[in-house]
Ligand binder design. Structure first.
Ligand code: HEC
Ligand code: HEC
Ligand code: HEC
Length: 203
C-alpha cells in the first residue's frame, strides 16, 4: 500500500510542477483553473522523474539517482487513468509483490474471495465490490469497521460521496484507480437481471 501511495502521487505532482513553471514565466499566480487536475497532464508529462515531480528536492544530488517512475512502470500492465498502471493486473501477473506488512517482509496476505453486489438505480450497471482484489494488498482493518460496517447493505454509498473522497473515494482517485474508470466498479450489466425478472411465469 505504501508503494502504491507514492506511485499514485507522481502524476499529480507532475501537473503541479508544470503549472508553477508556467506561472513563474508569465508572472501569473495559481491562475490556471485546471492546475489541480492531474488527469489533464499530457502524455509526456505523466509520471515525471523525481527531479521534476514536485515531491523531491531537485537541488539534492541524490534525487537524480532515484529511478524514474516512467522507467519503473514501463513493463507493468497499462490502464487509461491514474498513473496509467493497472495495479490489479500487475499483482495478478506477479509483476509486483507488494509487501503486506510494513515491518515483516515475510507476511503474506490471506485474500478473501467474496463479492458484494450493490444494486444501482437507473441504467448504470450494478457495482460489484470484490474483496479479493482488495485483500491482496489491504488489511480488513483498512475498511472495517470505521469505513464500512461489515454487513451487506448496511452502508449507504452514493456516487456524490465517492467523488467527494468519502466511502470508496477514500482510496479511489487518490491511491487506487480513479473514478473515471466507471466500468471497473459498475461491472454487472442490468440486462441479465431484466431477463430474470421477465422469465418466471406468474409473477
Ligand atoms: C477496501 C475495503 C474493504 C476491505 C479491505 C475489506 N472489506 Fe469487507 N466489506 C467491504 C464493503 C464495501 C462491504 C459491503 C458493505 C455494504 O454492502 O454495505 C463489505 C462487507 C463485508 C462483510 C459482510 C458480508 C455480508 O454478506 O453481509 C464481511 C463479513 C466482510 N466484509 C469481511 C471482511 C474481511 C474478513 C476482510 C479482510 C480479510 C474484509 N472484509 C476486508 C469493504 C472492505
Ligand atoms: C470506485 C468504484 C466506482 C467507480 C469508479 C464509479 N462508481 Fe458509480 N457507484 C459506485 C458505488 C459503490 C455506487 C453506490 C451503489 C449503491 O447504491 O449502493 C455508485 C452509484 C452510482 C450511480 C447511482 C446514483 C448515485 O449517485 O449513487 C450512478 C449513476 C453512477 N454510480 C455512475 C457512475 C459513473 C458515470 C462513473 C464513471 C464516471 C462511476 N459511477 C464510477 C462505485 C463506483
Ligand atoms: C482502503 C482503500 C480502498 C477502498 C476504501 C476501496 N478500494 Fe477498491 N481498490 C483499492 C486498491 C488499492 C485496489 C487495487 C489497486 C488499483 O486498482 O488501483 C482496488 C481495486 C478495486 C477493484 C478491482 C478492479 C479490477 O480491475 O479488478 C474494484 C472493482 C474496486 N476496487 C471497487 C471498489 C468499490 C466499489 C469500493 C467502495 C465500496 C472500493 N473499491 C473501496 C483500494 C480501495
Amino acid at each position: 500500500m505504501k508503494h502504491r501511495t507514492l506511485a499514485g502521487r507522481f502524476v499529480a505532482a507532475a501537473a503541479t510542477v508544470v503549472i508553477c513553471a508556467g506561472a513563474a514565466a508569465t508572472g501569473l499566480g495559481a491562475a490556471d483553473p485546471n492546475s489541480f487536475n492531474r488527469l489533464l497532464a499530457s502524455p509526456s508529462e505523466r509520471n515525471a522523474p523525481p527531479t521534476l515531480d514536485g515531491i523531491h528536492d531537485p537541488q539534492n544530488p541524490g534525487t537524480a539517482l532515484l529511478q524514474s517512475p516512467k522507467a519503473a512502470f514501463e513493463l507493468l500492465p497499462k490502464s487509461p487513468g491514474g498513473n496509467y498502471v493497472n495495479w490489479v493486473k500487475a499483482v495478478q501477473e506477479d509483476k509486483i509483490q507488494p509487501r503486506y506488512d510494513r515491518l515483516d517482509a515475510n507476511a503474506k496476505p490471506i485474500p478473501l474471495d467474496m463479492n458484494i453486489v450493490r444494486e444501482v438505480k437507473g441504467s448504470m450497471p450494478d457495482v460489484v465490490y470484490p474483496h479479493k482484489q482488495h485483500t491482496e494488498w489491504l488489511d480488513c482493518a483498512n475498511c472495517h469497521p470505521s469505513l464500512f460496517v461489515p454487513k451487506k447493505g448496511a452502508n449507504p454509498i452514493s456516487m456524490a460521496e465517492i467523488l467527494l473522497g468519502q466511502k470508496c473515494g477514500v482510496c479511489h482517485g487518490k491511491v487506487a484507480f480513479p473514478v473515471t474508470e466507471c466500468a471497473r466498479c459498475h461491472s454487472l450489466p442490468k440486462q441479465k437481471k431484466d431477463q430474470q425478472a421477465v422469465a418466471p411465469a406468474g409473477k
